[in-house]
Design a protein around this ligand. Structure first.
Ligand SMILES: Nc1ncnc2c1ncn2[C@@H]1O[C@H](COP(=O)(O)OP(=O)(O)OP(=O)(O)O)[C@@H](O)[C@H]1O
Ligand SMILES: O=P(O)(O)OC[C@H]1O[C@H](OP(=O)(O)OP(=O)(O)O)[C@H](O)[C@@H]1O
Ligand SMILES: [Mg+2]
Length: 282
């Protein structure tokens, strides 16, 4: 039976479970449940702290885990990414109090840097050859400077709201660009059960990045319109009862869909519909 780790709380937990459910796997109904047995798919899910997941995968106790790339890198556990899931996007950055002179990474020499990700920070400082004291905190790192335990921080930045709220400004290159990822133990052998779960999740990730466009097109405009919607192989075309018209169907990128719909309408396509795709295999 395949054993899979899923975040039990925090930013990644809801989306990770939703994605597994969309891929056809049984998920927990009670927030407190720590395991779920999916007998139909022969998978057991373990709901663990996101920070601990790479450790379980690296030790070989569990086969696959969903965690953040930043958390996996910080753990130092021997894990490899199998798939990026497209949610939980963040950057991991240095930040310091806003002031007249912008900070540079080299200004951190001899300073105290508070963080919940000490290995990411130590590795990055070593790359710059900067010696500084890393203060490990569990969370709410942005407040540590005003409380006097640090001079600068390194933390996860999503919208940037928390930094602004605390009068902090990010500086230096991003230490890590993160999102939710599926990890396996580094060098673990190929396995059909693992490959199937990854293929199913890949199908959901892909489906979320695309929409299905349907529209009716005057026959003489088909070349022009279908060039805007080439689809993956080529668009599906079906004749309508009125032979002057053809129904066209193609997948397009979700981000580009509104602009493509505008262009189709402008060239004379009618009844242009966009619909969600739940999952796919390509
Ligand atoms: N505001 C955010 N926006 C986007 N991603 C985030 C944000 N906060 C955290 N993450 C991502 O979520 C993952 C884990 O963060 P999370 O906050 O859920 O764990 P935690 O800090 O260990 O738990 P908790 O905050 O519940 O103590 C990391 O990969 C991180 O990059
Ligand atoms: O850029 P923003 O969108 O404001 O998000 C960033 C904040 O979100 C996370 O905190 P979380 O809620 O996980 O609390 P924690 O610091 O206690 O982990 C992260 O550690 C930052 O503090
Ligand atoms: Mg957090």
């Amino acid at each position: 039976m395949l054993r899979v780790a899923v975040p039990n709380k925090g930013t990644l937990a809801g989306s990770a479970s939703d994605m597994l459910a969309e891929a056809g796997y049984r998920q927990r109904h009670e927030q407190r449940d720590l395991t779920v047995l999916d007998t139909t798919n022969d998978v057991e899910f373990f709901f663990l702290r996101p920070k601990d997941i790479a450790t379980y995968i690296g030790s070989g106790e569990l086969d696959l885990g969903i965690t953040g790339r930043d958390l996996a890198n910080d753990s130092g556990a021997p894990v490899a990414e199998c798939l990026a899931l497209g949610f939980g996007g963040s950057t991991f950055r240095y930040a310091a109090p806003a002031g007249p002179n912008p900070w540079h990474v080299t200004d951190l020499a001899g300073k105290r840097i508070a963080t919940s990700y000490p290995k990411l920070v130590a590795d990055d400082l070593a790359r710059y050859g900067v010696q500084a004291e890393v203060i490990r905190l569990d969370g709410a790192v942005e407040i540590s400077i005003q409380l006097g335990v640090a001079d600068a921080i390194a933390d996860v930045v999503g919208s940037g709201r928390t930094l602004r709220q605390h009068g902090l400004v990010a500086f230096g290159d991003a230490i890590c660009r993160s999102e939710a990822v599926v990890v396996e133990r580094h060098g673990s052998p190929e396995d059909t059960a693992k490959a199937q779960l990854i293929a199913r999740l890949q199908g959901v990730v892909f489906a979320q990045q695309y929409v299905m466009l349907d529209y009716n097109c005057p026959r003489e405009l088909l070349d022009e319109a279908s060039a805007m919607t080439p689809g993956l192989e080529s668009p599906t075309m079906s004749p309508l009862a009125d032979e002057r018209w053809v129904a066209v169907r193609a997948m397009v990128s979700r981000k580009q869909a509104p602009a493509i719909m505008d262009e189709l309408a402008a060239v004379g396509a009618k009844a242009i519909l966009s619909s969600d795709i739940r999952a796919c295999r390509l």
